[in-house]
Design a protein around this ligand. Structure first.
Ligand code: HEM
Length: 377
């Protein structure tokens, strides 16, 4: 079918929305669970699962639909996606560290890998853009479909969980399969060139999915999601020379080739030096500091989006990158990489981390099984 009529299966070994080819649009939401019981929490997950599975196939959130059903009750779907194909909609659920407390008898069940992220140098995190007991990542090629999914799941959660913060994103900033061309972020650079790809199954198995024996069995086949709302001061960036921009990234702006030479997908070579014997790729560049070679082999599946949320009072766009990364263990992947970036990245002059979240994304669910049910077993 056409690109917009595309659907991805909701059920499976893994949740969709991770190695799924990155769609164009994002609506990400974090929720706080209200004062409910453990059974009611599981019921919420069951209701969310049923509605999510329906919506990913293009159906309404509930069985009656937006324009039928009991006349004196609110419709069980809000209606704005009625005539729209799903556009490859995926809905991915996650659990934040704060879910694992005494409220739901889950205190002993938190995976060690799901700890709050440390405070990184330069962090300027806003409370109202960070954390959350639960998260939902909705991705679609149609922004209205992604928003419809989050809106209906929030509606279904009424009285059980409340929206804590949410983020819209456009223009994926990563490729997650080889068939996709590399998109660009708001610095104008190709983003996703050296990303993990769905086709690299050995690498994905090793760096993205939680393996048997990594931690509690209920997380086997799952992954950990780190989200960072990274504000980019693009006005400053736009007054910076092309030479400086390429030095900061470590790649060319045009084709995205490493400054050590070659084409976009030529491997970087940090040993190549210029006439002055200085390395062609600055050791303080983003690519150098983020590269697995300088992080003990650690790598990430990046799946972020650009955002522009209006402007601030100084007349600057509130713009940036909503960074999302999936990994097998944030303690040995995101945390050490970000520590190194936060300390030394030449890019820090142009970015500020203002929001943050870490979530355990449970494995996929079997037919009839609520997502994450094995946590409660
Ligand atoms: C690579 C941009 C934040 C991890 C890149 C590249 C660009 C880029 C242009 C080169 C192309 C590519 O391989 O994708 C940005 C921007 C950021 C940002 C604009 C913030 C606004 C982060 C953060 C992390 C990260 C927070 C992780 C903590 C990586 C990694 C690579 C990379 C692992 C691949 C390095 C390699 O193997 O060559 N980024 N990035 N980035 N970035 Fe970022």
């Amino acid at each position: 079918g056409s690109a917009v009529a595309r659907t991805y299966p909701f059920r499976g070994l893994h949740q969709s929305g991770i190695v799924t080819p990155a769609q164009d649009r994002l609506h990400f939401a974090a929720f706080d669970v209200s004062d409910i019981t453990r059974d009611e929490l599981l019921e919420l997950l069951a209701d969310w699962t049923t509605a999510a599975e329906r919506m990913t196939t293009g159906l309404g959130a509930g069985p009656y639909g937006a324009a039928s059903g009991p006349y004196d009750a609110p419709p069980d779907d809000t209606g704005e996606a009625l005539d729209l194909p799903p556009g490859g909609l995926t809905i991915t659920f996650g659990f934040g560290p704060t879910l694992f407390d005494d409220r739901f008898g889950l205190a002993g069940r938190r995976p060690d890998a799901l700890e709050e992220l440390p405070h990184f140098p330069g962090d300027a995190l806003e409370e109202n853009r960070s954390g959350g007991d639960l998260c939902i990542q909705a991705c679609s090629d149609d922004p209205q479909v992604a928003v419809h999914a989050i809106r209906n799941l929030s509606r279904i959660a009424f009285g059980r969980a409340t929206l804590r913060w949410s983020q819209l994103g456009f223009g994926r900033t990563s490729s997650t399969t080889r068939a996709q061309t590399t998109p660009r972020n708001l610095f104008g650079f190709k983003d996703g060139t050296a990303n993990l790809r769905a086709e690299d199954t050995t690498q994905v198995e090793r760096h993205v999915w939680v393996n048997d024996g990594d931690g509690p069995a209920w997380m086997t086949g799952g992954s950990y999601l780190v989200a960072r709302r990274i504000r980019m001061t693009i006005e400053t960036w736009d007054r910076t020379s092309l030479r400086e921009q390429e030095r900061v990234i470590g790649r060319t702006k045009g084709v995205g080739a490493p400054l050590s030479g070659g084409e976009e997908f030529t491997p970087v070579d940090f040993s190549v030096t210029g006439r002055d014997d200085a390395p062609l790729i600055d050791p303080a560049s983003h690519v150098s500091l983020a590269h697995p070679e300088h992080n003990g082999g650690a790598t990430l599946l990046r799946r972020g989006y650009n955002f522009v949320d209006g402007n601030d009072q100084l007349g600057r766009l509130d713009a940036g990158l909503f960074f999302i990364a999936f990994q097998r263990d944030p303690r040995t992947q995101f945390v050490p990489i970000q520590l190194s970036l936060a300390r030394n990245d030449a890019m820090n002059e142009y970015v500020r981390h203002v929001g943050s979240g870490v979530f355990a994304v449970p494995p996929g669910s079997r037919s009839g099984e609520p997502v994450g049910e094995r946590l409660f077993a």
